[in-house]
Structures are given as structure tokens and as C-alpha cells.
Design a binder for this molecule. Structure first.
Ligand code: SAM
Length: 442
């Protein structure tokens, strides 16, 4: 289990509250009670007690907490984005600048502390400064920083045992500290590659693969997918290097192999489209030949069109997951997927992108709904209504702990509104490579 804490440099002390902080660790996520959730696969639960939750605080504090939550809800209901694209772009630029400064060891006049800090505004626009270096108070368990993304549920829930946490800085985007599992240290690129090739063979012979291919072809043929897919951006597909963990690696490999299947289907679509173009161009050329009027401009257009086609056929693939090891980065590049650091994946999304995300540990759906509506998504099925939020107390090794009543990638009203503009097709997954996914196209 890993502990993830978040604290801005202007807050007096951190919030060591693993159950409501975003976690990047597969073995500990704040999500449960959901059929696509994987958070408890390696947790041994002894007893399960459902209770009516009482908030353990005085009336004055509770009133302050409720006022703060009402304020956040009002901002959200007014349409204010939790994850504005400009905020993520600015954070990305600050992180790039910090790492360039660190690498080049330049800017001596800038203090070490300043070089490693980023500033992120909260929902009210108040700036908070965070260190990208793991602060002294958490070096015992943390080795790296991560970008923390808080869903609307996360920002507006009250923890039964630690209600005062709601009064601390609760920015939708923050910096938190966690341990970085270096899976890649143990396995070489060659080992991962060999195992991945085997996984691709298994994936390509699977019923889930066949169903994905047929489903996408149907959506294209029936013109329910009207947008051209030129990019596929993936989130949270998991490390490929956990080759000793059969369950995790089987899923991660199949999910990455599925990207190859998607590319093949969309390329076919482009070729079919180009075939139609070719036929109509041949007809025009025949008519032109008859007139014997081929000018330089016409030749230029023909050359430009040929170039366009080559570009047309290209589908760029990207994947963002902070769990990727060095071996993962090399393997991804070797199979034509460009790995990206957080938050660059979100910034890559445009109208001609297909977003592919499977049970990520961050609220990808809510981020995408704010940043950019893509041409298509394949992600965990969006429920028609908000589930009832119910805290659960569980026991592990004789100790009680609270389980947060929503997943790490929960739906929201904004996500529900967004998917209403898409045609949806549930994905059959008889091999259990994905869980409960739906294809959304427009
Ligand atoms: C529960 S695992 C799911 C892995 C895999 N998709 C599966 O279904 O088995 C969640 C994944 O989300 C990843 N994740 C955490 N933060 C992320 C971020 N900011 N962007 C993308 N992925 C992230 C984690 O590293 C982890 O691989």
C-alpha cells in the first residue's frame, strides 16, 4: 500500500489522508464498489461493516465545511471548469521549465527552491505554490511528486473521521507526493518485449479483440462515427513490465495491444475513403485528358493531394501513465506509441482524437469533459444517474479504515451531459481484459 499526500507550500501542514488523495498505486486507490474497479484485488479484507456515517466534529466547524462545499458546488453548477486546458498547459510549461533548469543546472541566480516550484490557482483563482521536490517531511515514504486531480466528488465529500480536511486547500489540480514503483528496474526491455509479443498473439486471437474490431467497423460503416480519427490518446493502461503479476500484466498488455487493433480499423476507414477519392480523381483526370489541359497548378494540386493522403493515413498514438518504467517507454516507442508525461496527454486531445482509458487512478472523464471533447472515447461506462454515495467502514489486519464511496474516475453531471452528444456502444469483453467499457462516438 502506498500513501499519497498533498500539500501546497503555503499550507502549514500536509493532509496525510490516503483515502481521499489521488493515488497512483494500483494496490491502493480510493475507488471501490464498482465493477471496473481494481483497487482491492490485492487487499485482504476481513470484515465489512456498513454504517450510517456520523461526522465527528463540532457544529461551528461543520457549518464552515458545509459553506465551503456549497461554494464549490455553486461554482461547479455555474459551469466553471475544474480542469481548464489553460491551467494544465501552464502547469506543463512550469514543469518543463523546472526540469530544463535542473538538467542544465543553469540560472544560478534562481534559488533551488524557486527552480523546483510550480504555482497552480485553485477554483477561486487564488494561487498555491507547490514544490516538485519531495519535501523533507515526507521523504520516508515518498520518492516523487505527482499531479493530483480531484474529482467533483472528491472536492465535495466530507471524510467521516477527518472532516477538517475539507477546510484545507482543496484545489482540483495540485501536487502530491508518493512512492514511485520502479517496476522496470527488475525486468529488461527484451523480457518485456518477448512477453508483449506473446500477449499480442493472445489478444489478436481473442473474442474481445474480434468484438472490438467488428464494433468499430459497424460504427464507421453506419456513419455514427462522423469525426475522422487521427490520434489515439491513452490514459492509465498500466505498466507493461509487471511480468510476474499475471492479472495486471495480462490486462495492461491486452489494452496496449488493443491500440494496434484500433489503428488497423481506422486505417482501413481512411483507405476506403481514399479509394473513393481515387475513383473520383480518375474520372476527373479522364475528362481532363480529353481536354488535354494539364497545367502546372493541376500538377501541384495532385502532388499536394498525394501528400495529404500520406498524412491522412497516419494515426498518431500517445499514452500517459506515470507508472511507465524505462523499459515501458522503450517498448511503447518500439510499437509506435509515444509515451507522455502528465499532463501532456490531456493537452494532446483534439476533436479528431479517440481517448482510450481503462480504470485510471485519476478522474480522466471529468478532466476530458473540461479540457476538450474528443471525436470518440472508449472508457468506463458512464452511468445514467449518480450512484448513491455511501461511506463504508472496513477492517484490515484488525484496523478500521474508511472506503470512499466513489471511484477514482467517477462520472459527474458534466460527463453525463457530454456523453449525451455521442452515440454509445457497449463493448463486449468476454476475456475480461477491460471490464465495463463503452465506445462513445460522434
Ligand atoms: C487501477 S490501474 C488500471 C491499470 C489498467 N488499465 C487495468 O485495467 O488493469 C490505474 C492506472 O492509472 C494510472 N494513473 C495514475 N495517475 C495517472 C495519470 N495522471 N495519468 C494517467 N494514468 C494515471 C496508474 O499508474 C495505473 O496504471
Amino acid at each position: 500500500m502506498s500513501v499519497t499526500v498533498t500539500a501546497s507550500m503555503d499550507s502549514d501542514s500536509p493532509s496525510p489522508n490516503p483515502s481521499i488523495s489521488p493515488s497512483t498505486d494500483l494496490s491502493f486507490s480510493s475507488s471501490v464498489d464498482h465493477d471496473h474497479d481494481l483497487s482491492e484485488t490485492d487487499i485482504d479484507i476481513d470484515v465489512d461493516i456498513d454504517i450510517d456515517v456520523e461526522i465527528d466534529t463540532d457544529d461551528a466547524t461543520l457549518a464552515k465545511i458545509q459553506a465551503k462545499i456549497a461554494h464549490i458546488k455553486a461554482l461547479y453548477d455555474s459551469g466553471k471548469p475544474l480542469f481548464p486546458r489553460a491551467l494544465l498547459a501552464c502547469l506543463d510549461a512550469q514543469i518543463d521549465r523546472a526540469s530544463a533548469n535542473t538538467n542544465a543546472r543553469i540560472a544560478k541566480e534562481i534559488t533551488e527552491e524557486k527552480r523546483n516550484t510550480v504555482t497552480i490557482p485553485d477554483l477561486d483563482g487564488t494561487p498555491h505554490t507547490y514544490s516538485l521536490k519531495v519535501p523533507a517531511w515526507c521523504v520516508d515514504f515518498a520518492t516523487t511528486y505527482r499531479i493530483g486531480y480531484s474529482s467533483i466528488q472528491n472536492l465535495t465529500c466530507i471524510h467521516p473521521s477527518f472532516p477538517e480536511i475539507s477546510l484545507r486547500d482543496s484545489s482540483p489540480v495540485s501536487i502530491c507526493y508518493t512512492s514511485s514503483p520502479d517496476y522496470g528496474g527488475k525486468v529488461s526491455f527484451e523480457q518485456v518485449e518477448e512477453r508483449f509479443k506473446e500477449s499480442v498473439r493472445r489478444w489478436e486471437g481473442s473474442q474481445t479483440c474480434a468484438d472490438l474490431r467488428v464494433g468499430l467497423e459497424d460504427l464507421i460503416r453506419s456513419r455514427k462515427l462522423t469525426k475522422k480519427v487521427r490520434k489515439i490518446v491513452c490514459f492509465g493502461l498500466g505498466s507493461l513490465s509487471l511480468i510476474e503479476e499475471e492479472f495486471c500484466v495480462g490486462r495492461a498488455h491486452a489494452q496496449h495491444a488493443a491500440v494496434g487493433t484500433m489503428v488497423a480499423v481506422f486505417k482501413q476507414q481512411t483507405k476506403a475513403g481514399n479509394g473513393m477519392k481515387e475513383m473520383s480523381r480518375d474520372r476527373t483526370k479522364q475528362e481532363g485528358d480529353k481536354k488535354l489541359m494539364t497545367t502546372d497548378i493541376e500538377t501541384d494540386i495532385a502532388v499536394a493531394e498525394e501528400g495529404e493522403e500520406k498524412e491522412d493515413e497516419e494515426i498518431r498514438c500517445y499514452a500517459q501513465d506515470p507508472a511507465y518504467s524505462e523499459a515501458d517507454w522503450s517498448l511503447l516507442r518500439s510499437i509506435g506509441i509515444q509515451p507522455l508525461d502528465d499532463p501532456k496527454g490531456f493537452l494532446e486531445i483534439d476533436e479528431e482524437t479517440l481517448v482510450f482509458s481503462v480504470s485510471p487512478n485519476v478522474p480522466v472523464k471529468q478532466i476530458v469533459a473540461d479540457v476538450q471533447w474528443p471525436g470518440a472515447m472508449i472508457w468506463n461506462t458512464v452511468a445514467e444517474e449518480e450512484r448513491e454515495a455511501r461511506w463504508e467502514k472496513k477492517m484490515r489486519d484488525g484496523e478500521e479504515f474508511w472506503v470512499v464511496p466513489f471511484t477514482t474516475d467517477p462520472d459527474s453531471q458534466r460527463v453525463r451531459n457530454m456523453v449525451q452528444s455521442y452515440t454509445s456502444m457497449p463493448l463486449r469483453d468476454s476475456n475480461e481484459y477491460f471490464g465495463d467499457l463503452t465506445v462513445y462516438v460522434r
